[in-house]
Design a protein around this ligand. Structure first.
Ligand code: SDX
Length: 470
């Protein structure tokens, strides 16, 4: 009895270039028909041969794009009523959830590209709004496209007056990230048309609204936290210039940021715009997969970013540097890190096992900003932490290098932002990345509602006991 399974990859009926593989029990193809088994079993080099030692059965599993499909393991059963094998991967440390053309990262080489363009070139030559177009639409805009894109974003910077009143309901000391997450979700109630996620024109309109309004909400949250009146968008300014105006304009009739500050904001926004399947992008895709409007999905993504292990790390870095307080205390703090008692915030990364290329650019940008704002004294502590970490085996063995969050907070603080605003400043540019990931997901024929499996380890067969007898 032939108990081998031949995978016969076939082009997809819909002509899509991704291959399906189907199980063809050899018994069904007459493996006794005299055809040499090794010929029948001739499999491409792009397969895994899996032997299930529970049954002795062999499986050929196709390898595609460096992956095997988890569902291909479901057929590996011990009996007809066996559910089949699953793959177990808490926190998705080795699981690809999608195919994407947006951002490429080589963590070992410290490479980051948006749509194939190196981040170093974009940071040097592009603006945030142009890079946002690239991330969303997949190509650098022509002059006409950039003009239209800039108009569409600028045209949507205002929020409904009810949103402003909604934001005034927060406590005076409400964390601006909590205000931002709530306010972005509230936008969902103003744009019921956004539910039509299958309509391309609606997706474009919500894309403009989100990229345009998140900075306005962020600036309002900042002004709220300072007890200052809100400054409305000034549509005669650039994206970064308008953001600076909404943050810092006081009684003057118009506010013009220094070119160095505006440039620094553009560079920081470019560097934070997307980062493939990070925690918040995964939240955007997972929530978006049940097909609600993109405003509530973006709120979920911003909520994920808020965590200190993710975008909240820039705030945690400054709190850490303030706690260390002096360069002379650095080596003592590092001892606590190596003892596992503390985390070196702003260090380490799930993907980068080399210096985060963004951290290198931000570190260089910091010097330009400090020329205008004055040097941040905490920089000396940060530099000493980096020096020690890059020489110490504990960090070298764990491939812990500065990430995007290690130096960014020093710039934000030098610009006068309170540490609570730091994750908000991360969320503003990342909105373009979240929206691009969402657009790619809702139009991907391979995607459906995200619903992982589990390994159940709890009790079974419990009998209810009345309260009086417990
Ligand atoms: C961002 O994913 C993205 O792309 C995110 C991001 C983006 O642009 O979207 O790049 C933005 O979130 C950057 C990361 C910001 N977070 C921090 O700086 C917080 C501090 N860093 C970590 O907590 C940690 O490095 C993570 C969360 C970033 C990555 O965690 P992993 O991949 O799950 O690694 P791990 O926690 O399993 O750590 C592996 C080892 C462990 O040691 P052992 O238990 O094996 O002995 O390294 C140690 C960890 O204890 N370790 C650290 C450390 N980070 C990892 N030890 C001290 N300090 C750290 N920062």
């Amino acid at each position: 009895m032939c108990n081998r399974y031949l995978w016969s990859p076939e082009p997809r009926p819909d002509g899509h270039d991704r291959r399906l593989a189907r199980v063809v029990p050899l018994a069904d193809v007459g493996c006794n028909a005299g055809i040499a088994q090794e010929e029948m079993l001739r499999v491409s080099a792009e397969t895994l041969t899996v032997v299930d030692n529970r049954t002795g059965e062999r499986y050929e599993v196709p390898i595609q794009d460096g992956t095997v499909k988890a569902m291909d393991f479901r057929r590996m059963r011990t009996s007809a009523d066996d559910f089949g094998l699953m793959v177990y991967d808490p926190a998705f440390t080795n699981t690809a959830s999608c195919r994407s053309e947006i951002t490429f990262i080589d963590g070992d080489a410290g490479v980051l590209e948006y749509r194939g363009y190196p981040i170093e070139e974009l940071a040097e030559k592009s603006t945030y709004l142009e890079t946002a177009f690239l991330i969303v639409h997949g190509h650098l805009p022509s002059a006409a496209e950039l003009k239209e894109w800039t108009h569409n974003i600028t045209f949507h910077t205002f929020v409904h007056e009810n949103v402003r009143r909604f934001m005034e309901g927060f406590r005076y000391d409400a964390h601006p990230m909590g205000v931002l997450v709530s306010s972005v979700a509230a936008l969902s109630t103003f744009y019921p048309d956004a539910k039509d996620v299958d309509d391309a024109a609606s997706r474009d309109l919500q894309t403009w609204r989100l990229i345009a309004k998140v900075p306005t909400l962020a600036a309002f949250a900042y002004r709220h936290s300072r007890g200052l009146p809100y400054v409305y968008p000034d549509n005669d300014l650039t994206f970064a210039g308008n953001f600076a105006s909404m943050l810092w304009r006081m009684s003057e009739s118009s506010y013009v940021a220094s070119s160095v500050i505006e440039r620094a904001l553009n560079v920081l926004f470019i560097l934070h715009a997307d980062h493939e399947q990070n925690c918040s992008a995964n939240a955007m895709r997972a929530v978006g997969s049940s097909r609600p409007d993109p405003f509530v999905a973006t709120a979920a993504a911003a909520a994920a970013l808020y965590g200190p292990l993710h975008g909240g790390a820039n705030e945690a870095v400054l709190l850490m540097l303030n706690e260390i307080g002096d360069v002379r205390n650095v080596s003592e703090f590092v001892k606590h890190v190596k003892a596992g008692e503390r985390r070196l915030m702003g260090f380490g990364h799930r993907v980068y096992k080399n210096y985060d290329p963004r951290a290198r650019i931000i570190k260089a940008t910091a010097d330009e900003v400090f020329d205008v704002t004055g040097r941040n004294p905490l920089l000396d502590i940060a530099l000493e932490l980096e020096r020690i970490a890059l020489e110490d085996d504990y960090f070298i063995e764990r491939k812990l290098y500065p990430n995007v969050d290690f130096y960014s907070g020093l710039i934000y603080q030098a610009l006068g932002f309170p540490v609570e605003m730091f994750p908000v400043l991360f969320a503003i540019p990342r909105t373009a990345g979240w929206v691009a990931q969402w657009r790619e997901m809702v139009t991907d024929p391979e995607q459906k509602i995200a619903r992982p499996r589990q390994v159940y380890t709890g009790a079974r067969g419990q009998k209810y006991v009345e309260l009086g007898r417990r």
